[in-house]
Structures are given as structure tokens and as C-alpha cells.
Design a protein around this ligand. Structure first.
Ligand SMILES: *Cc1c(COP(=O)(O)O)cnc(C)c1O
Length: 459
């Protein structure tokens, strides 16, 4: 048998020069995003007040299969990419499994996550259009950090609405974002109409991603030469994140491997959508049939227990409506939820692929996630982000099944980032104060009750 190295890095020549657009290979496309005023499919022009032109184009482009990565972005990528594809030899040994486990590690940059892959692209196109500032939301803080890094590099002003609970729990996250020159505001805030309304209705709220999105969008559309950018969910973000999957496929080809199972954690779906690109492409085109598994928290189970319906992307209901698996835009995970991945909806592309049976989804409880995280840390010497640890949990579970059946499957999972800023969560796991909360059907019904009624489309 060929001796497979522990780590596979592509050379600069081998690095992908194009992003991949999954929609070009989907026989059944996601339903179009709807303009909340006209209830008609959004046009590129509809999106111009919110997104810069090139990103509006990428958002609605269902046709172009491969998109050239501009040279400036390729050069930026070269500062922290390729990311390594790592063979988890020590984890395999510890699990006594015949499975071969590989992971693509995206935590080797200051944002500590894959988020920088899309941040640099979004800032580049906004700058090229002559815009001067951007707004965004951040929950756990990785996206805010990534965007602040990219804005500092290209010389753009940035305002980050940071979910208040996270702002208070992770002061150093805030400091990093400020170090890169961005303005950080805890959300909900009194700086926007949407924020003031949410505060008036719920003064003690610790905020949510949906609230922060409403504030950031409002600020963008009311500020000259300013646009809003989002770090997940959107089609354009999956496009940029396809760099993860394209690199993985090239690296696996170099060692004559192909995954039987591809696993990723799913919050809004961007890392998973990026990682699975080439493998889903083969699946859609009948060339291979890998299992593809999305892993989500049991406390925020959009794919496994959500509705496939049109919903707003934000709590303030000012964004277009997307057809996706959703828990309702008013959904907020229980306060004891510590593992990230808290968004109420899921990428419309992944939602459609899941709905059509091309992917599976599992949900896992957070104590099981942190158990997998600490086990992985001890064997592979990387402190994983809680989000990423959802994928670790599922990969370990699949490897244990292989031990039981004796099958030597090849498993690839996405290790999206590092967990240095999540020690409050790790502590509560270590001190055994962490608990699992699984919403009841009645809890979820409250969220579904708020789904929009769209005459002729969704009653
Ligand atoms: C943001 C984030 C996620 C979840 O976002 P997706 O869009 O679902 O990929 C996962 N892991 C890390 C480390 C993150 O920062």
C-alpha cells in the first residue's frame, strides 16, 4: 500500500484558479429569492442597494459553472492557503477503526475559521466598485474578524453589529476586530430603527444573528457608498467557499483517494456547501455516489426539524425571502446553547439538495459535541471550534460504525476552525455544568407560526 503522508499541501501552481458554482450542475434549482415588496423573484437591480453589483450578479447566477478567481484574491489566498488536508492517523488509531479519516483544516488564519475565504472576495468587489464602507453582523465573532482583516487590507471602513450575548462573553474577539480597525456595536442597539424596535419589545434580550442582520442591513442602505455583507447562507458565499472543496479534491487525487463519506457542520451552510462542491458535482453528474452529511446542533435543528418554506433571512423582516429549511426568523436557540451554528435558516442551495435527497442531515447534542472536541484535541493536537466539533462528532460516529462492520471507508470532514475564544463553553463542559436542551415540537411551532404568507405561493 502506498504510504500516505500526514499532511497534503498543494503547491501554488496546483491551487485552484476558479471557484465552483454548484447551481450550474443542479437539475432542479433552488426556488428564487422573493422581493418582500413585490413578492416577485428578486432581480440583480433589486439587490443593488444592499450588495455591490458583482456580488448581486454572483448571487443570482445559476449558470456559470466555474468563476475565475481575480488575481488580487488569489494573491491574498496565497498568504494563508492552501489549507492542509490532514490524515487523522492518531485519531484512527485511538478509535481502533479501519476507516481512513481525512480533515481539511481551515483554522490557520487569524479569524480562526474558513470565513476569510469569502470575506476577502466580498471586500475586493466592493472596493473595486468604489464603495467606501461595509456593514455586517457577527455572532461568535469569526466572521467579524475575517471581514475586519479583509477591510484593513483593502482600506475599507467597517461597522460590525455583534450579537450582544457574544459581545459580552467574548471581549477579546471584540478587541481583535477593533485591532483591525473596525467599529463594533453590540446588537440590538439604539443606533438603528430595527434595533430600537427589538429593544422596546424585549429590553433584556442578548440578541440574535437575525436581529444583528436587520441592523446591519438598515445601516448599509441608509449610509452613502456603503453596502452590507453576509458571511454565510448566501449563494455567493458558497461560491467563494468552494475553494475548500476544490483544494480537497485536488489533494485527494494526488494521493489516489476519494471520499465515501463527506461530513461538515452546518450553521448557514457555507463551509459545507464549499467542501462538498466537487463531490456533489460528481454525484449530480452520476460519476460517484459519496454520502454527504450535514451536522447541526440538536438545539438549532433547521434541516432535521425545520420547515422547507419561504422565510425572511433576518428577524426584522427587511431582507428578501428565501426558500430554505427554517425554524422561523424569530427563532432563538435556548440561552444554554454554547456551540455556535445558531442561524434560524439554511443555505437555499443546500436546502434544495437536501430536500431532493442528495444529502443527509443529523443533529447532535452539545455535550456529545464537546466530548468529541476534547477527544480530538488530545489525539490530533488541535483545539477545535465548537462549530467544527459537530463534524468531528459525526466523523467519529461513522468511524466507530466502520469498526463494528469492518469496512475501511474513506471519511473526509471539514475542520472549520479553532476554539481559543470558546473557553467559556469548554469550561462549562469540563465543569459538567453544560446541559443539552432540545426544543419541543411546541417550541418549534412558535417559530413556524411566524412564517410569511405569500398569496399563491405559500398560504
Ligand atoms: C461560521 C462558522 C461555522 C458555520 O458557518 P457555515 O456557514 O455553516 O459554514 C462553522 N465553523 C466555524 C469555525 C465558523 O466560524
Amino acid at each position: 500500500m502506498k504510504n500516505i503522508p500526514h499532511k497534503i499541501y498543494l503547491t501554488e501552481e496546483q491551487m485552484p484558479k476558479q471557484w465552483y458554482n454548484l447551481r450550474a450542475d443542479m437539475k432542479n434549482l433552488p426556488d428564487p429569492m422573493l422581493n418582500p415588496q413585490t413578492l416577485k423573484p428578486v432581480t440583480e437591480e433589486d439587490l443593488y442597494p444592499v450588495f455591490c453589483k458583482e456580488l448581486a450578479h454572483q448571487e443570482l447566477d445559476n449558470i456559470t459553472r466555474f468563476v475565475d478567481i481575480p488575481e488580487e484574491i488569489q494573491d491574498f489566498y496565497k498568504m494563508y492557503r492552501p489549507s492542509p488536508l490532514i490524515r487523522a492517523y492518531q485519531l484512527e488509531k485511538a478509535l481502533d477503526t479501519p476507516a481512513k479519516i481525512y480533515y481539511k483544516f481551515e483554522g490557520n488564519n487569524t479569524s480562526g475559521s474558513h470565513k476569510l475565504n469569502s470575506a476577502v472576495a466580498q471586500v475586493y468587489y466592493a472596493k473595486k466598485q468604489g464603495l467606501t464602507s461595509l456593514t455586517t453582523e457577527t455572532g461568535a465573532g469569526q466572521w467579524g474578524t475575517a471581514l475586519a482583516e479583509a477591510c484593513a487590507f483593502f482600506g475599507m471602513d467597517l461597522t460590525v453589529y455583534m450579537v450582544k450575548g457574544s459581545y459580552e462573553q467574548k471581549p477579546f474577539r471584540k478587541s481583535i476586530i477593533q485591532t483591525f480597525g473596525a467599529n463594533v456595536i453590540p446588537s440590538p442597539s439604539n443606533t438603528t430603527k430595527a434595533g430600537r424596535k427589538i429593544l422596546a419589545e424585549n429590553p433584556g434580550t442578548s440578541g440574535s444573528l437575525g436581529c444583528a442582520i436587520s441592523e446591519a442591513v438598515e445601516k448599509a442602505v441608509t449610509t452613502p457608498d456603503c453596502r452590507y455583507v453576509l458571511g454565510s447562507v448566501l449563494n455567493q458565499v458558497l461560491l467563494h467557499q468552494s475553494i475548500i472543496g476544490e483544494e480537497s479534491a485536488i489533494a485527494m487525487q494526488l494521493i489516489d483517494e476519494y471520499p465515501d463519506i463527506v461530513i461538515g457542520c452546518a450553521g448557514g451552510g457555507s463551509n459545507l456547501g464549499g467542501l462538498i462542491g466537487p463531490f456533489m458535482r460528481d454525484k449530480l453528474n452520476g460519476k460517484a455516489n459519496p454520502r454527504i452529511i450535514a451536522v447541526e446542533p440538536a438545539s438549532c435543528p433547521s434541516l432535521t426539524r425545520g420547515r422547507y418554506a419561504y422565510d425572511y433571512c433576518d428577524t426584522g423582516k427587511i431582507t428578501p425571502m428565501a426558500k430554505m429549511y427554517t425554524l422561523g426568523c424569530g427563532f432563538m436557540p435556548s440561552p444554554n446553547h454554547a456551540g455556535g451554528l445558531r442561524y434560524h435558516g439554511m443555505s437555499p442551495i443546500l436546502s434544495k439538495l437536501y430536500h431532493d435527497g442528495y444529502m443527509e442531515a443529523v443533529s447532535v447534542e452539545q455535550t456529545k459535541v464537546f466530548e468529541a472536541a476534547t477527544f480530538f484535541a488530545k489525539k490530533e493536537t488541535i483545539l477545535p471550534a465548537p462549530e467544527s466539533s459537530h463534524a468531528i462528532r459525526a466523523a467519529i460516529d461513522e468511524a466507530i460504525k466502520c469498526r463494528e462492520t469492518g469496512e475501511a471507508k474513506t471519511i473526509l470532514f471539514g475542520l472549520t476552525g479553532t476554539g481559543y475564544f470558546d473557553m467559556t463553553a469548554y469550561n462549562s463542559y469540563l465543569e459538567k455544568t453544560m446541559s443539552d436542551y432540545i426544543p419541543t415540537d411546541a417550541d418549534l411551532e412558535k417559530g413556524f407560526a411566524g412564517l410569511p404568507h405569500i398569496p399563491g405561493i405559500q398560504e
